[in-house]
Design a protein around this ligand. Structure first.
Ligand code: CP3
Length: 345
């Protein structure tokens, strides 16, 4: 099916664009009262994720209500460990909690790594097919997965953490186990992304939310090594790598076979552009907290950011997911500012 607004795909490939495309990480979610209404009719977050018709509905909401240039499939990175057999609960106001964790060779028994993706994650591919049917080519649909390192964090720690010290401990006490688990996660993640692409995802993004808790050498060994396998394997559609906090590794990431590199708000866009040149598209990076300020301040700070771009190779986004208590009207101001920006050539 022909995509009417394919700006984001062109920007990712480094082709010519009329203006910068814009979307928000976590745009499908709690900021929208319309999302909360759909969710309140179900038992909770997980039922929403596992019900393709409803997942498709909330995926499309930000396209209708916020006028973003792409949809991102409503799901979670944690569906992958769950498909492996580590089920989780999404605890209200606390986040994910896994009953079983993998902290030893013994623990590997708790998980399976060789299974049919359609069989266990068919609800995601079905949601992708329904979303595309309903979007009818209005905007591209982004698929996604967690990076092996971030998935490893949840499978070993078993819950969110500021330090993930249980996860990092294993890198010192049992690096062999760490590599074994990371390699198995990587293999499943590649199959999962390919299944999403086959179902109709027009581009895919890898979220390495916990990249920033490792030093440069450890991130190269336990993070980038596996990220690189994914980057090499995904050849069908444009790929974005977003490694939050990986300031020391942005150049290495840009050298991987990806189209777009995600940049968080602590990173210096101009400096990164200078270092990598024109070879990759950069995505980001407004501080999500800017959206707590006034409409005029949002406009000013968004324009300031856009003024630092020295290339067409940009996809505009926040530096991380939008916070759930942000007023959707503020999000609209951000999006409008990007769309009205006078594009310099
Ligand atoms: O709009 C979109 O971006 C698509 C949906 C999406 C969700 N999670 C839905 C969600 C995406 C892309 C994710 C990715 C995700 N999930 C990441 C990587 C991105 C990042 O933020 O760093 C991570 C680390 C997770 C794991 C996760 N899921 C946590 C830690 C939590 C609890 C914290 C929180 O935000 O509530 C979730 C829950 C979650 N995932 C919600 C949503 C909409 C909130 C659940 C609800 O509706 O109550």
């Amino acid at each position: 099916m022909k995509i009417q607004n394919d700006l984001i795909l062109r920007a990712a490939r480094g082709e010519s664009i009329e203006r910068y495309p814009v979307w928000l990480m976590r745009q499908a979610g709690r900021i929208l009262p319309e999302y909360r209404a759909v969710r309140s009719n179900l038992s909770g977050f997980k039922e929403l994720v596992e019900t393709p018709e409803r997942a498709a509905e909330v995926t499309i909401q930000p396209v209708d209500l916020l006028d973003v240039d792409a949809a991102i499939i409503f799901s979670d990175i944690l569906v992958v460990p769950e498909a492996m057999g580590l089920t989780y609960q999404m605890v209200e106001k606390k986040g994910p909690w896994f009953e079983k964790t993998i902290r030893s060779e013994e623990g590997l028994k708790y998980a399976e790594f060789d299974f049919d993706i359609e069989d266990r994650l068919g609800y995601v591919t079905e949601a992708i097919r329904i979303t595309n049917r309903e979007l009818n080519g209005r905007v591209p649909l982004i698929g996604f997965a967690g990076a092996p390192w971030t998935i490893f964090c949840y499978m070993t720690e078993g819950q969110g953490s500021k330090t993930f010290s249980e996860s990092r401990k294993i890198l010192y006490t049992n690096p062999t186990l760490a590599h074994e688990l990371l390699q198995r996660i990587t293999k499943v993640t590649i199959q999962y992304l390919k299944a999403q692409i086959k179902a109709g995802a027009h581009m895919v993004q890898i979220f390495d939310s916990w990249a920033g808790i490792l030093g440069k050498d450890q991130y190269a060994e336990f993070g980038l090594k596996y990220m690189n396998q994914i980057a090499s394997a995904i050849t069908e559609v444009p790929l974005t790598i977003f490694a939050k906090g990986a300031y020391n590794s942005v150049i290495e990431i840009a050298e991987m076979d990806c189209n777009t590199v995600g940049i968080d708000w602590n990173m210096d866009m101009a400096q990164i552009r200078q270092a990598i040149g024109e070879k990759r598209t950069l995505q980001g990076n407004l501080d999500p907290c800017v959206l707590y300020s006034s409409h005029s301040e949002i406009e000013r700070l968004t324009n300031n950011m856009l003024n630092t771009f020295k290339s067409e190779r940009h996809i505009v986004n926040l530096g991380h997911g939008v916070y759930p208590d942000i007023d959707p009207e503020k999000v609209k101001t951000f999006i409008k500012t990007v769309k009205n920006y006078e594009f310099k050539r």
